[in-house]
Every structure is written in C-alpha cells, then in structure tokens.
Design a protein around this ligand. Sequence first.
Ligand code: C2E
Ligand code: CA
Ligand code: CA
Ligand code: CA
Length: 281
Amino acid sequence: AKRAGRGCYRVLTTNLQKQAALRLQLEQKLRIGIEKQEFCLYYQPIISLTTGELAGFEALVRWQHPEDGIISPGLFIPIAEETGLIDQLGDWILNSAISQWKEWQQKFSCCLDLVLHINISAVQLSQYKFFADLEKMLIEKNVERSGLKLEITESCLISKQVKTSRLLDRAKKMGLQLCIDDFGTGYSCLSHLRELPLDSLKIDQSFVMNLEDKDHDATVVRAIIALAHNLGMEVVAEGIETFEQWQHLKLLGCEWGQGYLFAKPMTVQHAENAIQSLQQG
Ligand code: C2E
Ligand code: CA
Ligand code: CA
Ligand code: CA
C-alpha cells in the first residue's frame, strides 16, 4: 500500500510539474508576444434588442501566435494579470481600441451614436498611473469620449470597495461611461453598487444560457434587470444564442444584447461593413 501511495504521489508531482512547465512556457511566449505585438482586436456587435440594429461593439483581444495560431484571452489574460504583463498588454489594448475608434469616427458619421466597450482588468485599474496614461491617450487622439465605455468585472468592484469608487468617479469625471461586467457571478454588496457611478450592467452569459430551461434563471434575470433600472442603469445581456433568448430578454425589458445569434467577434474589416450598412440603411 505504501508503494502504491508513493506511486500516486509521484504521478501527482509529475502532473503538477508538467502544468507548471507549460505555464512558464506560456508566460515566456507571452513576454515575447507583447514585445513583438502579436495581438489584435476583434469587435463583437452590441445590438438594440428592441430594433435589432447595431448599437456599438465590444473590443476583445486575440493573440495570433506565429506557430500556435490564435490563443484565447481566457487563457492568457489571467497569466498576464498574475505576472504584471497586463500593464503593457492593457496599454496596447487601450491604445489600439481608441485609435480604431477615432478612425471610425472620422470615417463614419453614425459612429457618434455608437458605443465602444473596452475590457479593463482589475489589476490594470489599480495601477496608479492608469488614468493619467488614459487621459494622455485620449487627448493625443482627440477622440469623442461619450461613446467610450469601460467594462469592469463584478469581482473587481468588491476587492477594494472604497478605493474602487474613487477610481470610478475619476473615470466619470473624464467623460467616460462605465459598465459592470459578468454581473451575477460575484457577490457584490447591493448597497455598495448603489454608490458606484455605473451607467450599465452586463448580465453574465451563464444566466442567458439557462433562461429557457430553468424558471429559476428567468426570475433571477428579471430581478437583476429591475435592480439595474432602479439604480438608473441600462442592461446588456451577453451570450445570446437563440431567437427565444432574444425575445425573452426583450420582454423582460433588457435594452441591449450581444451573442452569436447576432454576430461573433469580428475583424476590423467586417466591423466596418456592419457600420457601413447601418449608415446606409
Ligand atoms: P467577457 O468580457 O465576458 O467576454 C465575453 C466572451 O464571450 C468573449 O470571449 C466572447 O467571444 C464570448 N461570446 C460572445 N458571444 C457569445 C455567445 O453567444 N456564446 C458564447 N458561448 N460565447 C460568446 P473571449 O473573446 O474569448 O474573451 C474571454 C474573456 O477574456 C472575456 O470575457 C474577458 O474577461 C477577457 N478578455 C477578452 N478581451 C479582453 C481585453 O481586451 N482586456 C481584458 N482585460 N480582458 C479581456
Ligand atoms: Ca466583457
Ligand atoms: Ca462578460
Ligand atoms: Ca464572461
């Protein structure tokens, strides 16, 4: 039995060692990837649930590794956060999204009525230079700010409550909008939520996914939408994949939505086509 036990232990360490080695390898690749700028942004349309029309986009980062192909942000963002590489990567994301937005504002007049959502990591936000750098970027690019919306995850808001509300106030003073992301997956203190200057709330896709099968989730989604509206926020639903989900969310009073039903995250070229058809139609 002792020998078997030792055997198990050995298997376990080998697995852990393998995992650690893989991770280290990915971290090193990420470092190089950031240096070589192997990233690009995809844009997923955000749709008005009442009209079905394009209302804006969410920028989502992609890593195009020369050998491994496209690597998902779900895989490398956590590593970037743990290693501090998110500072550089986050800067690149912001710069690239804001430059793109400026270009679109110049090319398409209807862009002034659209929104651009940019994901901000909690680690990035807590960097003391974050807002100063962002302000510099906005001034340099001379971009219309009202359509820019920072997405901050719910878990980020609960980490350091007092400090977060100060940071968010600063973003509002700069003329930016704020959206709480992945709502329902964390444990926010609802009274705290009331004190934050948030413009919109994004319902996590796990609720949207189960909207049709479980009465339970419909009740929760209804409650979340009521809460948001009572606090003066608009609601975005993510991960809409079926027509039924769209109709249900619309009925519940959810204003905006995104998901494969409407469009997957797309290249700049495809996003421009979508803006163009909005402008013409
Ligand atoms: P998220 O912010 O919650 O983004 C939504 C994710 O759901 C995206 O995955 C999107 O492609 C995917 N999605 C959109 N519609 C559907 C749908 O109908 N069904 C399903 N099953 N999925 C859908 P993605 O692009 O792989 O991003 C994963 C996560 O990585 C994001 O979750 C976000 O937390 C993080 N991330 C992505 N881009 C950035 C970024 O630029 N900065 C930061 N800090 N994080 C990012
Ligand atoms: Ca997001
Ligand atoms: Ca989300
Ligand atoms: Ca999510």
